[in-house]
Design a binder for this molecule. Structure first.
Ligand code: SAM
Length: 243
């Protein structure tokens, strides 16, 4: 089971509160599905409360953080879903595929157990529009190494629709590029702990020092002036929907 999230999952539920605007986009993609499997469910973010949800999650630490009253959780992995074929109306997976040991197998498993839509929230590793990549160029390689390219989904799920998931400037879910208009957040070690990428990056300090210096000098604000009034931004997050 996932030892990584038994370590980094501590305090996860506080740092990664689901954003309601992103939730609305995701729930629309589930259509009228009543029974929904949430793969890599973690603490339960983005689980619809008006449908019959089953959560699948490998990490005991994450399962322990599920609020009381949330959907029942089964401990297990995407690569080997302990459910019969076509058991659910839909299956969803939010910011988890980059952790799977066999992504093709996990997608095939989601397709197998869902009668209807398979919906994944993920990141496009070809995306280069994040200023954070200038401070931590290692992020580009990390994303390329762990995130499937977008054409991977069609190969393993059949035809897919891919939607951009705009990130609000005050996004409540602290995933890696969520703080695009709140650069100071990256200087806070507690906030960095909410993103698995910062646990994996080697040599974070140089970028932190540069960002702190650029915030003090005003260079960050000058370089990123276009962001300061923006409400939402494409930060590379995508909704993949196989109907
Ligand atoms: C970034 S968290 C996302 C959790 C939740 N979906 C959310 O949006 O908050 C990634 C989750 O994937 C889980 N995970 C890791 N390996 C997995 C696997 N092979 N199959 C299913 N889930 C996995 C982790 O334990 C963790 O809970």
């Amino acid at each position: 089971m996932s030892a990584l999230y038994d370590t980094i999952g501590v305090d996860y539920a506080n740092l990664r509160r689901p954003d309601l605007r992103i939730a609305a986009q995701l729930h629309a993609a589930l259509g009228d599905a009543q029974s929904v499997l949430n793969v890599g469910a973690g603490a339960g973010s983005y689980e619809p409360i008006d449908r019959d949800v089953t959560a699948l999650e490998p990490s005991a630490e994450m399962i322990a953080q599920r609020p009381s009253g949330s959907a029942p959780a089964v401990q297990g992995s995407a690569e080997d879903l302990p459910f019969a074929d076509k058991s659910f109306d839909a299956a969803m997976a939010v910011l988890t595929i980059h952790h799977w040991s066999d992504q093709a197998k996990g997608l095939a498993e989601m397709r197998r157990v869902a009668r209807g839509p398979v919906v994944l929230l993920t990141f496009d590793p070809a995306f280069r529009g994040a200023w954070q990549m200038e401070y931590w160029p290692q992020l580009v390689t990390l994303d390329e190494d762990q995130m499937p390219p977008l054409d991977f989904y069609e190969r393993h799920l059949g035809p897919v629709d891919i939607e951009t998931v705009p990130v609000p400037h005050d996004c409540s879910d602290g995933f890696l590029y969520a703080y695009w208009r709140r650069p100071e957040a990256y200087l806070d070690p507690r906030i960095r702990k909410g993103s698995s990428s910062f646990w994996k990056l080697v040599g974070v300090e140089a970028g932190l020092e540069q960002l702190a210096a650029d915030l003090r000098s005003g260079d960050w604000a000058r370089e990123n002036a276009a962001l300061l009034d923006a409400e939402v931004r494409d930060m590379g997050y995508r909704l993949v929907i196989a109907r």
